[in-house]
Design a protein around this ligand. Structure first.
Ligand SMILES: [Fe+2]
Ligand SMILES: [Fe+2]
Length: 149
């Protein structure tokens, strides 16, 4: 499927997979004891995940909320609070990465990945399909805004 024919659910789901595989690189670098590679791959993972959360919070969720009228207590409300939990872990992980504590980084990463897995399941099986139905006609415009990230 080409980029332009990519639907909403596919776009965000592929980004989940990219974040997953970029975490695998952090783990591999930590396992190999390669401090430079840990630093670089950690930065890539952190910025990729942060960008994903921002695209959802700043573009997708507001568009979904506007189209469906579901705000407080709706699915995006839950997703936003899970993003906050992820950011808390990211901050702790960043401190571990800066301190060169790879064991701590990977341990916290296990917790983060568990959280991400459950979160992504909900998005991929519930939120994205709902958003695709609610926003289908606006997708081209939304996709353009996401390109700025
Ligand atoms: Fe999310
Ligand atoms: Fe997501």
């Amino acid at each position: 499927m080409t980029e332009s024919s990519q639907g909403l659910a596919e776009f965000f789901t592929l980004d989940h997979r990219r974040c997953d595989s970029s975490w695998v690189e952090v783990e591999a670098a930590a396992e190999a004891g390669d401090a430079d590679a840990v630093k670089q791959s950690w930065r890539r993972f952190q910025s990729g995940l942060s960008k994903h959360l921002q695209m959802e919070e700043e573009v997708l969720f507001p568009a979904f909320e506007q189209a469906t009228g579901m705000t407080e207590g709706g699915p995006t409300f839950v997703m936003r609070s899970e993003h906050d939990q992820m950011r808390g872990l990211l901050a702790q992980m960043n401190a571990a990465a800066n301190a060169g504590d790879h064991d701590e980084l990977v341990d916290l990463g296990d917790t983060l990945l568990m959280l991400i897995q459950q979160h992504n399941q909900k998005e991929e099986h519930m939120l994205y399909p709902m958003a695709e139905r609610a926003l289908g006609a606006d997708w081209a415009k939304i996709r353009e805004r996401l390109a700025a990230y």
